[in-house]
Each structure stands twice: as C-alpha cells, then as structure tokens.
Design a protein around this ligand. Structure first.
Ligand code: FMN
Length: 216
C-alpha cells in the first residue's frame, strides 16, 4: 500500500522475530518483497534478545537465499574483517554497521581497503610501536591507527555536530563519543575523566592535543 503512495524507494529492516518461539523473518521478508520493497536489512537477533548472544548469521544466509532484492546483514560487524566474513559466510549483498562505527568511523574505509586488498601493509607491516590495541577489532589483536588521525577525526566530528545542534549540546553529547574514540589509547582513562567535564570545543582541544602527541 505504501508502495503505491510514493515513487521513493522503500526498504525495510527487521529482526528475526519477537522471540525464539516466533521466528518470522522469512515470512515477513517474503511479504515485504512481494509488496515491492527495494532492499531488506536483517538484524539477526530476536526482539527479546536485545543485544544479548551472538547474531545468527545463518538467518542472514537463509534470507539471502530466498530473496531477489538486495539483502543487507546486520549484527556484530565490529571490524573490517567481520564485514568480510559476513559477506563470505552469508552471501549477503551488503552489511549495515552500527556499534562498530562508534568511535571508529574508520571502519568504512578499512572495509573498503580490505575488500580491494589495497594498502594491505597498513594491517601488517608497520613498526610495532605504531600498533595500537583496538577493542573494536577483537579478531586481529592490533590494528594500525595513528593517534593524531584519531584526534583530527574526532575534532572534525565534534565541529560537524556543533553545526547541527549547537556547541553546548554537541559537546555534552560528544563526551560518550570521546570515550569511544580513546578506547585502548595509552593514557585514555585520564583523558576520559577530563572529557566528561568538557562543555566547549576549547575545553576539548587540549585533550585532542595530548592524543596527537602520543604519535610524534
Ligand atoms: C546508536 C544506535 C542507534 C540505532 N538506531 C537504530 C534505528 O534508528 N533503527 C533501527 O532499525 N536500528 C537501529 N539500531 C540498531 C542497528 O541498526 C543494528 O541493527 C544493531 O545495532 C546490530 O548491529 P551492530 O552489531 O552493528 O551494532 C541502532 C543501533 C545503535 C548502536
């Protein structure tokens, strides 16, 4: 019915079902496809699960097999290598990333590079002192990410957010993002303790400078 009301493409996103006893995604997706959706995204957990347990990638595979429109997989893609694994294991057409991008917007370019095997040395061949432990990338223990790039990107994020919602709200909201950007950085705990008191960009700037100096 919505399909007939608009020329805008309509896609849907669903979970596998309400709970283990009402797994209904294949049926729901088939109805949606019949109704004319252009793409289907599946977060492969039940509503009752919330974020508990592991996403059921087998469900993404089953959906991909029965569906003619593009299928996007969602759930537990927390690293570039996980994105490649999901595509390989499920045959989905694309992945959707949520938690894995928090504090790590680099995940998208990481996937691009991994998919195209460009710059493979960025993952394997840097001096050990430049490898940083990355909790967002549990599959390969170390990933190369220069702290000065993190600081520069985080500041840009904060400035863009300020344009949307104003400096005070952006700075308060950014406290949680700052924590995510600095996870695993040497001295990160002390930086986060200071960030939770920042309400202006100028108050954040010395923290970004400290991060930048980790690499110099
Ligand atoms: C901050 C945040 C906001 C989200 N907002 C939405 C939303 O508006 N609509 C939706 O369908 N899913 C939303 N989700 C769920 C994600 O799209 C995704 O299906 C789920 O987090 C599992 O993927 P992940 O393992 O990559 O986080 C959100 C998730 C996060 C972390």
């Amino acid at each position: 019915a919505m399909r007939d009301q608009t020329s805008v493409p309509i896609s849907i996103k669903l979970r596998t079902g309400w709970d283990q006893n009402s797994i209904n995604y294949l049926e729901t997706a088939a109805i949606a496809e019949e109704a004319g959706v252009c793409a289907i995204t599946l977060h492969a957990r039940t509503r009752a699960q919330g974020y508990a347990g592991k996403a059921d990638w087998e469900a993404i595979k089953a959906l991909s097999e029965q569906t003619s429109v593009p299928v996007f997989g969602s759930g537990d893609v927390l690293s570039a290598s996980a994105a490649m694994s999901m595509i390989r294991e499920t045959g989905c057409n694309g992945v959707m990333i949520a938690r894995g991008a928090i504090g790590n917007p680099f995940i998208f370019s990481d996937i691009h590079e991994l998919a195209h095997r460009r710059n493979a040395e960025a993952y394997s061949n840097k001096p050990p002192s430049l490898f940083l432990e990355s909790p967002s990338n549990p599959e390969s223990t170390f990933i190369y990410r220069r702290p000065d790039i993190i600081a520069q990107t985080a500041l840009r994020h904060l400035e863009m957010s300020t344009k949307y919602i104003g400096e005070t709200r952006a700075c308060i909201e950014f406290r949680k993002h700052f924590c995510a950007y600095t996870r695993g950085l040497p001295g990160g705990a002390e930086l986060r303790a200071q960030a939770v008191r920042c309400s202006t960009i100028d108050e954040y700037k010395p923290l970004f400078e400290i991060i930048t100096r980790i690499y110099s």
